[in-house]
Design a protein around this ligand. Structure first.
Ligand code: MN
Length: 288
């Protein structure tokens, strides 16, 4: 099952080149009052919403995928958890390139741990990336994004995939520089999620997926999640050993080699086997 958010927060089931508009299924989300429970309400109520969506689908309006504006498939993650240096070839290029390392000693994910990006940095592929700081390097990083489906704390590796609702393509846009990663990478629009959410049942092994990225048609990144230092299960175990994961929390699993700069007006295309692909524009001017 492929679920998307499109246009003005409409909910869609993706079938081939079409979107089935099942927006009324969102009424299955229970009314909430302050303080809201942490996490994304769509993901926390996913089974009820999906049941309603399936009932609506046969008579629901359909739109061509090419005509809708895709948004991030979920809106309110409590955390965007990120794996740094999780592919050996990216670790190697980071050691060679001071434009990436900025004087830091590149160690290992086990030494560095994970870092968080602000949820307010999240957009979908139908919205432009708005670069800041024209004098500095802004890089693309394509990553498998894991969507957590249930509250999880201290999860054993062998139970980790049961906590996953599904997967999407993540772009961890990155301002290079000396600041801490969570600061540099939390700029508005610097976390892209799309084109839709693919449920876990469609991805038998998330640690065996090809992934790639091009800029203006030029190949930049091409690898496979089998090269991750920490696989998906170990990343979930690692994250949940420090903090509770909530429905809709995202884990960006790290980027392979080939990271590089983008400029205003560029078009980034990214794809992951079993999920799909998207194109996203870098806005023609730097954000004011
Ligand atoms: Mn990254």
């Amino acid at each position: 099952m492929r679920i998307c958010r499109f246009d003005d927060d409409r909910l869609g089931l993706v079938e081939g080149a079409e979107v089935v508009d099942v927006t009324p299924a969102l009424e299955a989300i229970a009314a909430r009052r302050w303080p809201l429970a942490p996490g994304d309400a769509l993901i926390a109520n996913f089974d009820a919403v999906l049941e309603r969506a399936r009932a609506l689908a046969p008579r629901a309006p359909r739109r061509a995928l090419a005509e809708v504006r895709l948004r991030a498939p979920l809106a309110n993650p409590s955390k965007i958890v990120n794996a740094p240096i999780n592919y050996q070839a990216h670790i190697d290029e980071s050691k060679r390139d001071q434009g990436i390392a900025h004087g830091r000693e590149i160690k290992s994910i086990g030494d560095w741990g994970l870092f968080l990006k602000s949820p307010s940095s999240l957009v979908g592929p139908g919205e432009p990336i708005r670069l800041r700081f024209p004098e500095r390097r802004n890089d693309h990083e394509v990553e498998l994004a894991v969507v957590i489906g249930r509250t999880a704390n201290r999860v054993r590796r062998e139970d980790a995939l049961a906590c996953v609702l599904g997967y999407a393509i993540g772009l961890d846009m990155t301002l290079r520089g000396p600041e801490f990663p969570s600061f540099r990478k939390s700029i508005d629009t610097y976390s892209v999620l799309g084109p839709w959410l693919v449920t876990r049942d469609e991805i038998p092994d998330p640690n065996q997926l090809g992934l790639w990225l091009t800029v203006n048609g030029e190949p930049r990144q091409r690898s496979n999640t089998r090269h991750m230092v920490y696989g998906v299960e170990r990343l979930i175990e690692y994250a949940a050993s420090f903090y509770t994961l909530y429905p809709g929390d995202l884990i960006f699993t790290g980027t392979p080699e080939g990271v590089g700069p983008v400029r205003p007006g560029d078009e980034i295309r990214a794809g992951i086997e079993g999920i799909g692909e998207f194109a996203i524009r870098v806005a023609p001017e730097y954000a004011g």
